[in-house]
Design a binder for this molecule. Structure first.
Ligand code: SIN
Length: 539
C-alpha cells in the first residue's frame, strides 16, 4: 500500500501537452476553470510537433473550386472503410474552420501562397487541395509552438516529468483525481472532478515508428484500468513513407510527409517501376492504408523481403528544400539529395485509429474521465484515418471537451477522493520482446498463427509488477495495448483499412461492418466486449 505523499487540487487535470491537451487547457482557462496540465516528459515532447503534412480543413473563401465540407466528410468516410461514426465525422469536420481560426488567433502562422491566401496541399485520400500547413512541412511544430506560447501567456500551469499512473476513483467509480509519479518516483495525487486524457498514441508498440519515445499507450491503459472501454484498437495506421536508413531501424524514424506525393512525387522500386500503378485509381494518392499495404506487398515480393524499402522519386518537385525543409534536412543527414536522387522509404507505425471510446465532447463511459486526440476513439477515423485529420480532431475535440467539463461542473459534477490511492500492480512484458513480435506478426499482414505467437511470447515474458517507475508504467501500458490489439486483430477475420489479414484478405461487410470493443477483466486482461453502436456508412 502506497500513500501518496503530496496532493494538488484543480477543476480539470489534463494529461498531455499536445494539440488536444493544450487546446483543452486553454479553453478551460477561458471558461474560468482551474486547470492543471501534467506531462511525463517536457512540454512539447509529444507527437504533435512531429506532424508534418498539416490540418485538413475547408475554410470559407480559401478552398478549391467545388470543394466543400461535405466532400471532406465523404473522403473521411471512404478512408475509414465503413467503420467511421458518420455523426462524429460531420461534427468534427464542421468544427474545423472555427478551430483553425481560433488557433490562428492564438498565434499559429500558416504558409501563404502567391495570392496571399493560405497555401494548401493534398495528401492521400483527399479529393481536393485542403491541407493547410506551416513552415513547409513543420505544421505540428508551429501548432505546438503557438499553443505552448499561449499557455505560457495564459499562465496555464504545466507539471513536467510527472507520469499519470491511474485515475483515482470514488467507491462508486467516479473519477476524483489522478495518481502520478514524479521524476524521482515519488507518488502524488492531483485531485479534480474531471481528468482529460490527451496523452497521444502507441507507436512504440513497434520497433520502427514515426512516433517519439513517449508514445507508449499510457492513456489507453489508464482508461481501461479505470473501467472505460476502447474500440478499433486493431487499426494501427502505418505511414507509407518514413526515411529508410538501413535494415533493423529502431525507434522514431524521420517521416517523409505524404504531401511530397501530394506535390507530385511517385513511389518506385529499384528498377524504376511505379509501385502504385494499377493498384488504386488515385495511384500514389490513394488512402494511406492502401499505399502502405501495396508497398509491403511489393517489398515482400522483392529480394530483400518486408524489411527492405522502395523509393520516393521527388526529383520533379522544384525547390524541394524550401517546400519540405524538415524532410530535406533528414535526407541530407542520411546523405541523400532529394533533388537528384530518389528517397529510400518504407512504412512504419504511425497512428492509432482506435482508442478510448468517447463522444465528440470527450466524454467516456466513466464519470469524470474525458479523452481527446489520438488516445480517444471518437469514430472520426474508422478503420483508417484520413491524412491530416488528426490535428483537426485535437483542435475541435480539445475545445469541445473543455466546454463539456465546464458544463458538467455547472450541472453539479463533483467527486471527493476518500482514503488513499495505491500504485497498481499490473502485467508487464519485456519491451524488446514485445516490440519484436508485434513488428513481426502484428504489423501490416497478420494471420491467426502469428497473432497466437505474439500471445505466447507475451505470456512468457510477462510478470506482475507494482507500477512505481515511469518505465514500468510505460511497459505495462504497452503490454495492455498489445494484448488488446491482438485480441481484436485475431477476432477480426477479414481485411479492412489498416487491418490486413493474409489469411482473410477480403473485406467482409456481411460480418464485420462493426467495431469491436475491449474492456479489462479484474485481473487486468483485455477482453472483447459487446459491440459499440455507431451510425456507420458503408464506403
Ligand atoms: C504526413 O505529413 O504525411 C503525416 C500527416 C498525418 O499523419 O496526418
Amino acid at each position: 500500500m502506497t500513500t501518496p505523499v503530496w496532493e494538488a487540487r484543480a477543476d480539470l487535470v489534463v494529461v498531455g501537452t499536445g494539440v488536444a491537451g493544450l487546446t483543452a487547457a486553454l479553453r478551460a482557462r477561458e471558461l474560468g476553470l482551474r486547470v492543471l496540465v501534467v506531462t511525463k516528459a517536457e512540454q512539447g515532447d509529444g507527437n504533435t510537433r512531429w506532424a508534418q503534412g498539416g490540418v485538413a480543413v475547408v475554410l470559407p473563401g480559401e478552398h478549391d473550386e467545388g470543394d466543400t465540407v461535405e466532400a471532406h466528410v465523404r473522403d473521411t468516410l471512404v478512408a475509414g472503410a465503413g467503420l467511421c461514426d458518420e455523426d462524429a465525422v460531420r461534427a468534427i469536420i464542421a468544427g474545423g474552420p472555427a478551430a483553425v481560426a481560433r488557433l490562428r488567433e492564438r498565434g499559429a502562422v500558416f504558409d501563404s501562397g502567391v495570392d496571399g491566401r493560405l497555401a494548401r496541399t493534398r495528401e492521400g485520400g483527399h479529393s481536393a487541395f485542403r491541407v493547410v500547413h506551416a513552415g513547409g512541412d513543420a505544421t505540428g511544430a508551429e501548432v505546438e509552438r503557438a499553443l505552448l506560447a499561449a499557455a505560457r501567456d495564459g499562465r496555464v500551469p504545466v507539471l513536467e516529468n510527472h507520469i499519470a499512473v491511474d485515475a483515482v476513483r470514488t467507491p462508486l467509480g467516479q473519477v476524483c483525481g489522478l495518481l502520478v509519479l514524479d521524476g524521482g518516483g515519488v507518488p502524488g495525487v492531483l485531485t479534480a472532478p474531471a481528468v482529460l486524457l490527451a496523452s497521444g498514441g502507441l507507436g512504440q508498440l513497434y520497433q520502427a515508428t514515426s512516433n517519439p519515445e513517449v508514445a507508449t499507450g499510457d492513456g489507453l491503459a489508464l482508461a481501461l484500468r479505470a473501467g472505460a472501454v476502447a474500440a478499433d484498437v486493431e487499426f494501427v495506421q502505418f505511414h507509407p513513407t518514413v526515411l529508410y536508413t538501413g535494415r533493423g531501424a529502431r525507434g522514431r524514424c524521420p517521416l517523409v510527409t505524404e504531401a511530397v506525393r501530394g506535390e507530385g512525387a511517385v513511389l518506385v522500386d529499384a528498377t524504376g517501376a511505379r509501385v502504385m500503378r494499377g493498384v488504386h485509381p488515385l495511384e500514389d494518392l490513394a488512402p494511406r492504408d492502401v499505399v502502405a499495404a501495396a508497398i509491403t506487398r511489393h517489398m515482400a515480393g522483392g529480394p530483400g523481403g518486408i524489411d527492405d524499402h522502395v523509393f520516393l522519386d521527388a526529383t520533379s518537385i522544384s525547390d524541394f528544400a524550401r517546400r519540405f525543409p524538415t524532410v530535406h534536412a533528414a535526407c541530407v543527414a542520411a546523405g541523400i539529395d532529394p533533388a537528384t536522387a530518389p528517397i529510400p522509404v518504407a512504412p512504419a507505425a504511425h497512428f492509432a485509429c482506435g482508442g478510448v471510446v468517447s463522444d465528440v465532447d470527450g466524454r467516456t463511459g466513466v464519470t469524470g474521465l474525458y479523452a481527446a486526440g489520438e488516445v480517444a476513439r471518437t469514430g472520426l477515423h474508422g478503420a483508417n484515418r484520413l491524412a491530416s485529420n488528426s490535428l483537426l480532431e485535437g483542435l475541435v475535440v480539445g475545445t469541445r471537451a473543455a466546454e463539456a467539463v465546464a458544463s458538467d461542473l455547472a450541472l453539479g459534477l463533483q467527486a471527493k477522493c476518500t482514503g488513499t490511492a495505491e500504485l497498481p500492480v499490473a502485467p508487464v512484458a519485456d519491451r524488446d520482446a514485445l516490440q519484436r513480435v508485434m513488428s513481426r506478426y502484428a504489423a501490416i499482414g497478420r494471420d491467426a498463427e502469428g497473432l497466437a505467437v505474439v500471445g505466447s511470447v507475451l505470456d512468457l515474458s510477462t510478470v506482475d509488477r507494482r507500477l512505481d517507475t515511469r518505465e514500468l508504467v510505460e511497459d505495462a501500458a504497452l503490454t495492455v495495448a498489445a494484448r488488446a490489439l491482438i485480441a481484436a486483430a485475431a477476432e477480426r477475420t477479414e481485411s479492412r483499412g489498416c487491418h490486413v489479414r493474409t489469411d482473410f484478405p477480403q473485406r467482409d461487410d456481411v460480418n464485420w461492418l462493426r467495431s469491436q470493443v475491449v474492456r479489462l477483466t479484474p485481473s487486468g486482461q483485455p477482453v472483447l466486449a459487446d459491440p459499440v453502436t455507431t451510425a456507420r456508412t458503408v464506403a
